[in-house]
Design a protein around this ligand. Structure first.
Ligand code: DX5
Ligand code: ZN
Length: 226
């Protein structure tokens, strides 16, 4: 089966910030399905990155959905700000959130798509009760906090399990993967059940143009049987 349904979400963490607008525009022209924005607070993860003003600026130059991956403590405090800036969906982590259901409901009240992300050491089973409320699940295929890390093969089995759960509980929910996705690993995650690929380094820091890098990724998964 041809995998035309695989979506690409270029992660601007790996972009050249001196040319961010141009790189996002290039990704849009090359058929990106959405832009992935990584937000880090130096506390939830050992790195800092990207605040709402960047989303606000990009909102003026792209029509693409902007999904916002909140790798921060207390994400509830920042939902309004990012929503006003132009975020279209939020990916919040299961880890460290004692009130995940409330966070997800807040996102939906804001009229945004809701996703939950799980780290490599977090089992798929934690998603079971929240899954009916979700538009997206994000399986981290590296430990969050940095781009350009090596894909963790141990997450493949979990992707399969999450795909099964989605099939049984919430078939419309997207299964997204994030971290170390390139031409070599994309076929593995798609075969395991992923249908949205986040990619930073392999799109914005490849030895080819953004458009050519996206084409390579699409080619890599085009014939994967599901
Ligand atoms: C990592 C971020 C990713 C990151 C992926 O914590 O959540 O979105 O940008 O980067 P690559 O594709 O370089 O692994
Ligand atoms: Zn991310």
């Amino acid at each position: 089966m041809q995998n035309d349904f695989i979506k690409l979400a270029p992660s601007i963490l790996a972009a050249d910030f001196a040319h961010l607008g141009e790189q996002v525009a290039e990704a849009e022209r090359a058929g990106a399905d959405r832009i992935h924005v990584d937000v880090m607070d130096g506390h939830f993860v050992p790195n800092i990155a990207i605040g709402a003003p960047i989303v606000q600026s990009l909102r003026r130059i792209t029509h693409l959905p902007m999904e916002t991956h909140l790798m921060i403590s207390d994400p509830d405090f920042f939902l309004d700000e990012f929503a006003e800036a132009g975020s279209t969906s939020f990916l919040v982590h299961w880890e460290g959130n004692n009130n995940l259901h409330r966070t997800v409901q807040r996102i939906k009240t804001l009229g945004k798509r809701a996703g939950v992300a799980i780290n490599p050491a977090t089992p798929a089973s934690v998603l079971e009760e929240i899954l009916p409320d979700l538009d997206q699940v994000l399986v981290m295929t590296v430990n969050p906090g940095f781009g350009h890390q090596q894909f963790l093969q141990s997450t493949l089995h979990k992707i399969q399990r999450v795909a099964q759960m989605i099939g049984q509980i919430r078939p419309d929910c997207e299964l997204e993967v994030d971290g170390g996705i390139d031409e070599a690993t994309a076929p593995m995650v798609v075969a395991a059940g992923a249908n949205v690929l986040v990619a930073g380094t392999s799109i914005f820091a490849a030895d080819k143009s953004v458009a050519a890098a996206m084409e390579s990724l699409r080619d890599a998964v085009s014939q994967i049987a599901r």
